[in-house]
Design a protein around this ligand. Structure first.
Ligand code: ATP
Length: 236
């Protein structure tokens, strides 16, 4: 589905990614973990074209996507939910979802997908006409994910979906990610600080440190790796 070959990305003179290679296969949840500043967000930004890569290739379904516009990527089935829930605060929940479907012309399809979004996120259904900005942090995060689903993405990039959420919402968001995989067959690349929960639901994982992938493998094996436990899972 997604392949990165030797990708390097810079912010000015600072090299944030040092030739990373990874792949995400159809139907998988792949977790990308690592400490602060390791380059997780930069990896997602590089994939979705928010930042230009300096060298290396990024392929979506075998086709190179370096330098492609975000509209074109959306049209090809990729959605990116960035860090910090960028919803439209002055639009209602329903209007936010409609904005997510800006590339979909079929009104019936939009209505169907909105309905499905409300089934996935009953809390949003209860707040359909409420302004985005008046939702709690957890609800805004749910809205950001629900909005991305309006294009029915094949590949969903999720950046820190659990950040700043209360434990109840964290559970809810992780449950939904699993449901997306199981019910909608969405392929997911998940960036998380909460490494242990991410590894719990992921099939495979990559560990980033200072812009390099230092480890990758089955999520279960990564979770049992002693150096990972020590560095990222808070176990000695
Ligand atoms: P965090 O979990 O803290 O967000 P991260 O793993 O997502 O960390 P990135 O945000 O990708 O890490 O940052 C990777 C490196 O790039 C860091 O050294 C960071 O300081 C640097 N960096 C990130 N954004 C910028 C920017 N806009 N300008 C300059 N340097 C940046």
């Amino acid at each position: 589905m997604l392949q990165l070959n030797n990708v390097s990305t810079f912010y000015g003179q600072i090299q944030a990614l040092r030739g990373i290679s990874m792949e995400v296969n159809q139907g998988e949840i792949v977790a990308l973990i690592g400490g602060n500043g390791a380059g997780k967000t930069t990896t997602l930004r590089s994939i979705s074209g928010m930042i230009k890569v300096k060298s290396g290739d990024i392929l979506l379904e075998g086709k190179k996507i370096n330098g492609i516009s975000s509209n074109e990527l959306t049209a090809r089935g990729m959605a990116h939910v960035p860090e910090g829930r960028r919803i439209f605060p002055r639009l209602t929940v329903m209007e936010n979802l409609e904005m997510g479907a800006y590339l979909v012309n079929d009104k019936k399809l939009i209505a169907q997908r909105m309905q499905r979004g409300f089934e996935f996120f009953p809390r949003l259904a209860e707040r359909k006409t409420q302004l985005g900005g008046t939702l709690s942090g957890g609800e805004q995060q749910m809205l950001a994910v629900a909005r991305a689903l309006m294009i029915e993405p094949k590949l969903l990039l999720l950046d820190e979906p659990s950040m700043g959420l209360s434990p109840l919402f964290v559970e809810a968001i992780f449950d939904i990610i699993v449901k997306l995989k199981q019910e909608l067959k969405t392929t997911i690349l998940l960036v998380e600080q909460n490494a242990s929960m991410a590894l719990d639901i992921a099939d495979r994982a990559y560990v980033l440190r200072t812009g390099e992938i230092i480890l990758n493998g089955k999520a279960e094996d990564i979770a049992n790796n002693n150096s990972v436990k020590e560095a990222y899972l808070g176990e000695a």
